[in-house]
Design a protein around this ligand. Structure first.
Ligand SMILES: [Zn+2]
Length: 367
């Protein structure tokens, strides 16, 4: 008997990572088009603009234009960039920067029916390889997750660029990648039980395990090395875990409890952490919900603590705790990814699990 359902994973066509690979950009771009257009944030682009332009020029595919004003991925911004790039007859879009810039670039490429290439400038996100764009309003309210028909044709990660970004970025990226190892298996067993599509591929589940072990083995060292300005094997391993491996977790569907708890916490006044940091705490709460062995939960918590990722509610900011009930309710919204947990999760369960995680966190700080 087959388990029913359709296995699905969406991945970038090519992934290139290493110190100095930005110099190879032109050669790759040439395989996909002749009229490249860059979509970027201002600070990101200022750091890599000279190298990007030089590489494109030497490959005979000079940059025909750019928009380096992306500070938020909004529908209005996507339409504006589409018009500009279309006017210049752009045939390949290069997204350069963090999540917002690359998400805008991918959405623009989709609308223009041309390939997208992503060149991340930091490691806080794995958006570079994903086939979606998270759209926000101008005042940073979530609008929708735009599902795209394909992932970028190339993700070019120059470690010399991403490892020189402020160290908190790679820590945030590790927090987000940590979730994949717990959310994808939860998602997989929930989908199997419902006989629903998409099912997780075994390949994705295996890669997620590898992602998790890489983070555990190399994560703390990688942070130290980045702080010391060194690009080491640990840094390369962690960058791959964040940029490539964690994408196997979320590509084709795969969020579950950790991201739902993140989404819930965003309604609490006083929250002062970034996406990946909040997701790390959400992962711990998911582990508590799953009733995982205490030793396993504490191992992850110790790792988070060493990296400066939150393990207590007080680590998340000066939270208005009277609003945690609202957060728990939002986390259990039927349209959110809590629906992909393999068992029914109620707001009361989330509230209790957050309190238990907080208690465990406090005890790790006392010991
Ligand atoms: Zn995330």
């Amino acid at each position: 008997m087959s388990e029913g359902g359709v296995r699905n994973v969406i991945l970038p066509s090519r992934y290139v990572q290493g110190a100095g690979v930005l110099g190879q950009l032109g050669g790759f771009v040439k395989q996909y088009g002749e009229r490249p257009y860059v979509v970027s944030g201002r600070t990101s682009f200022s750091k890599v603009r000279a190298r990007i332009q030089a590489s494109l020029l030497s490959a005979g595919v000079p940059l025909i234009g750019y928009d380096d004003t992306i500070s938020e991925c909004t529908h209005a911004k996507i339409s504006e960039v589409v018009s500009k790039a279309e006017e210049l007859d752009a045939d390949v879009i290069i997204g350069c920067g963090g999540g917002k810039a690359v998400d805008t670039a991918k959405a623009v490429a989709e609308k223009l029916h041309v390939p997208a290439i992503t060149v991340p400038t930091q490691c806080a996100t794995n958006a570079d390889g994903m086939a979606d764009a998270v759209v926000f309003s101008d005042d940073h309210k979530f609008v929708e997750d735009l599902w795209l028909s394909r992932a970028p044709v190339l993700v070019l990660v120059d470690t010399d660029v991403v490892a020189r970004a402020p160290p908190q970025y790679i820590v945030q990226g590790m927090g987000d990648a940590l979730a994949a190892a717990f959310e994808k298996p939860a998602f997989a067993s929930s989908q199997r039980a419902k006989k629903a599509s998409p099912l997780a591929t075994n390949a994705a589940l295996e890669v997620n395990l590898k992602c998790f072990s890489t983070l555990m083995v190399h994560g703390i060292q990688a942070k130290r090395d980045v702080e010391a300005g060194k690009i080491t094997d640990s840094v390369e391993a962690v960058v791959e875990a964040i940029k490539l491996q964690s994408g196997f977790g979320f590509g084709g569907g795969g969020c579950a409890g950790a991201h739902a708890i993140h989404n819930g916490l965003t309604v609490v006044p006083g929250l002062a952490r970034k996406h990946g940091e909040i997701v790390a705490f959400g992962t711990i709460v998911q582990m508590v919900l799953e009733k995982r062995p205490l030793g396993e939960i504490e191992r992850v918590m110790r790792w988070c603590k060493s990296l400066g990722l939150p393990i207590r509610l007080s680590d998340l900011g000066n939270l208005d705790r009277s609003q945690l009930v609202k957060a728990a309710e939002k986390a259990c919204d039927p349209n959110d990814s809590m629906a992909f947990m393999p068992f029914q999760v109620t707001p009361k369960m989330v509230l209790n699990a957050m309190a238990e995680a907080d208690h465990l966190g406090e005890s790790l700080y006392e010991s």
